[in-house]
Design a protein around this ligand. Sequence first.
Ligand SMILES: [Zn+2]
Length: 111
Amino acid sequence: MKKLFKCTVCGFIGEGESAPEKCPKCGAPAEKFEELSSEAAAKVYRSDKTNVIHMEVIALADKIIKLSLEGIEDDLDPNCVITFEKAIDEAWTMKQRCKAELAGHMKVGKW
Ligand SMILES: [Zn+2]
């Protein structure tokens, strides 16, 4: 497991033998980075796959919303419109549930 260094300015986490010279996100210098403990680093690595899955579910739910809007616009019959409206509601809930989970992960260092 490589060492992880967290930017104390923006939260970016870099991987390597030492802190990056400059934060790729906010440009802060190396001295603004702190090395994560092995426990904290293990949390970041352990949660990476699950976080990516949540983000993919969010992207798919977003696609359902966009397709459903197209379906509503197509307006074949009233039941289609109702079905697409329900799909939008359900996809929104799915998206927000995953976002809430990710926000929880961020608060406890699983990010
Ligand atoms: Zn930064």
